[in-house]
Design a protein around this ligand. Structure first.
Ligand SMILES: [Zn+2]
Length: 244
């Protein structure tokens, strides 16, 4: 961990509910499962919102689209349970075509107003590339956009969707936002003690891994940083705080 990264210790003292907004089944497990586990152990109620149905995540011609959607829900629920996450919402948008439309913004805003999380975790909408061999999936960027556009200016503004207040979902303002995959991360969570469970959660998405043992080996050898002879694993976020 380099000295110049400004590390801000996480402050979850006023956090009771967290909403994780991502594009695909398995995205929460890759990006924030370790953090979600720590939150859940502290009694924080974590909800995963999966925006797309994951129906393109398959190369097996014997599996139909409908079967894959159903399998991926089961896999995500299993992974969430391993991490102490009790609730998973499947928003059902088509995999590969996620866009920040007015329709999905409204649906996400309704969930934010219903769940009333103090903290939301979402992807960085600006990340097009990563390293020198990876094009970021457009759904990941668009999941970031969908989340941000629902959080601001919609969720806490009574002029947006005034009918929702009548349905029992009045405006709601979050107090913290964690953006993952951001180059200016300022919250770095040590998840070393939970790395085995995180890998298990990722591998719960069995439809995605032809050779899970190899994938496990790869993840444990390629991830993490050596520190005084030990390997440390982290998850990092660009954290924003909003005053009351
Ligand atoms: Zn994904």
């Amino acid at each position: 961990m380099s000295e110049d990264r400004k590390i801000q210790q996480p402050d979850w003292s006023n956090v009771e509910r967290v909403l994780v907004i991502v594009a695909h089944p398995d995205d929460p497990d890759f990006t924030c499962a370790g953090t979600a586990m720590q939150m859940a152990r502290q009694g924080i109620e974590v909800t995963y919102m999966i925006l797309t149905n994951g129906d393109k995540g398959n190369h097996n011609p014997d599996v139909t689209r409908e079967q894959l959607i159903a399998m991926r829900k089961i896999e995500q629920r299993k992974a969430a349970a391993l991490c102490g996450v009790k609730s998973v919402l499947f928003m059902g948008e088509e995999d590969g075509f996620l866009r920040p439309t007015p329709e999905i913004r409204k649906r996400v805003t309704r969930e934010i107003r219903r769940i009333r999380p103090e903290l939301i975790i979402c992807p960085d909408p600006d990340r097009y590339l990563s390293g020198d061999n990876y094009i970021n999936h457009p759904d990941h960027r668009n999941a970031g956009l969908v989340a941000l556009e629902a959080i601001f200016p919609a969720a806490d503004n009574p002029m947006f969707y005034p009918e929702m207040a009548d349905e029992g979902y009045p405006p709601h303002k979050i107090s913290q936002l964690y953006v993952h995959g951001h180059p200016d991360a300022n919250v770095i969570i040590d998840i070393t003690d939970d790395i085995e469970t995180k890998v298990e959660a990722i591998l719960s998405h069995a439809s995605q891994f032809a050779e899970p043992e190899k994938t496990k080996e790869w993840m444990l050898s390629r991830w993490g940083e050596e520190e005084e002879g030990d390997k440390r694993f982290t998850e990092s976020f660009k954290a924003l705080r909003f005053d009351e």
